[in-house]
Design a protein around this ligand. Structure first.
Ligand code: GDP
Ligand code: MG
Length: 457
């Protein structure tokens, strides 16, 4: 990871602050000027630590650690060791017992790793205590997810959203980070200055948070203008756990070449494409950020406007990687996030993906199809199977469609263009009096829009 150290970040914040104090406040802020916020320098190996509470299933903790390993891999960090600590009760100061901390320290020294990552949310106090005792960088899952989001944010909106979450995460932890800096500088006499500096930096961070929030409101406004222009189209949103194959499916259904990668959170921004330009109304498919276990709440909050596409959809395609051993848990987590963003009223079709990878379990697709009648099994990497999803989408909307004969006066150009935009024309017959009888097929909702202007025959 190429990241700036804490000193650079703070200097950046200082510059940033100066720039903004000179600018007029109502000027739109440009996120490309924002500092990359990262508390952590270049690290390429880590030890991961999971906690097993009494009564918890150890295989679940193991699977979580494996997932944490994939998250780290996404950042280019190799896992060199892992610990699972049985815990009766978490310590508010050190999370786990001091004996275990010593054991981890020994392994870290042996293997020369640069970082310890806990698969458990750490409080700022715990982070500070562990960093002081392990003399290494200590992160939790949230910190790692935030790092990945920061690395992959492409658009100004995503960058703003991630920076906001990072700052909110960093704010209470600032003193810990500052201690790092002090240690690098050495010398006890720096302490007083450091503490004063922390206060200044906290204030800067708070100012910046306010600014970023303002900017997000601005993005929201722009989005709602875009939304208005799409109100007549049928909207389908791909949702699902990260790496389940959403982007691959999007590419297969729209012949696009968006980045689909075997890394977590390759997609952060929403992209919207037309499935088939010939259908009326048009069907738009949107691909967006995936979900994961323990997704930091601040991220969900700040990504709410990106996830607006999900809330506005007429249909959700919930993509599930059934080759994953914990796909059921992944489905639950996705459903929980959907609940959190207020998208539970929207009809869902489950897309059980990656069936090419479960050849050793040929009954699984059949079992899933039986348990979930509104579902389709597919393999997004296989065009000949991906078309099943397209047909399922068509079928869903066709069920809600009506066929009707209508009469329109050809002079009514505006009404004609509305009909052509919203309806499939199945047949037409024009008479000499300047009127035409069309046989149309469209959704009930779209039909209501044209009904006041036509005569049914
Ligand atoms: N074997 C197999 N791999 C798939 C399938 N669908 C997606 N993948 C792979 O899974 C990885 C994640 O896919 P991606 O579309 O980026 O997932 P997303 O995070 O849900 O958007 C990529 O390496 C894809 O090539 C599938 O049906 N079969
Ligand atoms: Mg994706």
């Amino acid at each position: 990871m190429v990241q700036k150290d804490i000193k650079a970040i703070l200097e950046n914040l200082e510059e940033e602050k100066e720039k903004h104090s000179k600018k007029e406040d109502n000027k739109v802020f440009d996120p490309s000027e924002s500092p990359t916020l990262s508390l952590y320098e270049e690290v390429n190996s880590a030890i991961v630590v999971g906690c097993l509470l009494k009564g918890e299933d150890s295989s679940e903790v193991e699977a979580d650690l494996k997932e944490l390993g994939s998250l780290l891999f996404t950042l280019g960090i190799k896992v060199c060791g892992s610990f699972i600590q049985k815990v009766e009760k978490f310590s508010s100061k050190s999370l786990i017992g001091t004996g275990k901390i010593q054991e981890i320290l020994k392994e870290a020294l042996d293997k020369k790793v640069g970082m310890i990552v806990f698969d458990k949310e750490l409080s700022p106090v715990q982070t500070r205590y562990l960093e002081d005792n392990l003399k290494l960088r200590v992160l939790d899952r949230t910190g790692i997810i935030l790092e990945i989001f920061a690395k992959h944010a492409g658009t100004n909106q995503a960058k703003t959203q991630v920076e906001l979450s990072q700052l909110e995460y960093m704010l209470p932890r600032m003193s810990g980070a500052w201690t790092h800096f002090q240690r690098q500088q050495g010398g006890v006499n720096l302490r007083g200055m450091g503490e004063k500096q922390i206060e200044i930096d906290r204030r800067r961070a708070r100012d910046r948070i306010a600014k970023l929030k303002k900017q997000l409101v601005q993005f929201d406004k722009e989005k709602s203008i875009q939304k208005k222009s799409r109100k007549d189209e049928l909207k389908v949103a791909l949702v699902g756990y990260t790496n389940s194959g959403k982007t691959t499916l999007m590419n297969a259904l729209t012949n696009e070449h968006l980045m689909a990668k075997d890394i977590l959170f390759a997609t952060l921004d929403t992209s919207v494409r037309v499935i088939d330009p010939k259908t009326r109304p048009k069907i738009l498919l949107s691909d967006t950020v995936g979900f994961i276990k323990n997704l930091p709440h601040s991220l969900i909050e700040s990504f709410k406007s990106t996830l607006q596409e999900v809330r506005d959809a007429d249909l959700l395609l919930h993509v599930v990687d059934i080759s994953s051993s914990n796909f059921k848990e992944q489905m639950e987590i996705t459903n929980k996030v959907l609940e959190e963003i207020g998208a539970t009223e929207i009809p869902v079709i489950y897309v059980f993906n990656k069936i090419d990878l479960i050849e050793d379990d040929p009954f699984l697709p059949k079992i899933m199809a039986k348990s979930y009648p509104k579902s389709v099994c597919t393999s997004a990497t296989d065009q000949s199977l991906a078309h099943r999803v397209r047909e399922t989408i068509y079928e869903f909307f066709t069920n809600d469609m009506i066929t009707q004969k209508i009469r329109v006066n050809l002079k009514e150009q505006k009404i004609l263009s509305l009909i052509y935009r919203l309806c499939m024309i199945l047949g037409s017959e024009c008479s000499e009096d300047g009127s035409c009888i069309y046989e149309i097929r469209t959704t009930k909702k779209s039909y209501q829009k044209i009904k006041p202007f036509i005569e049914e025959v």
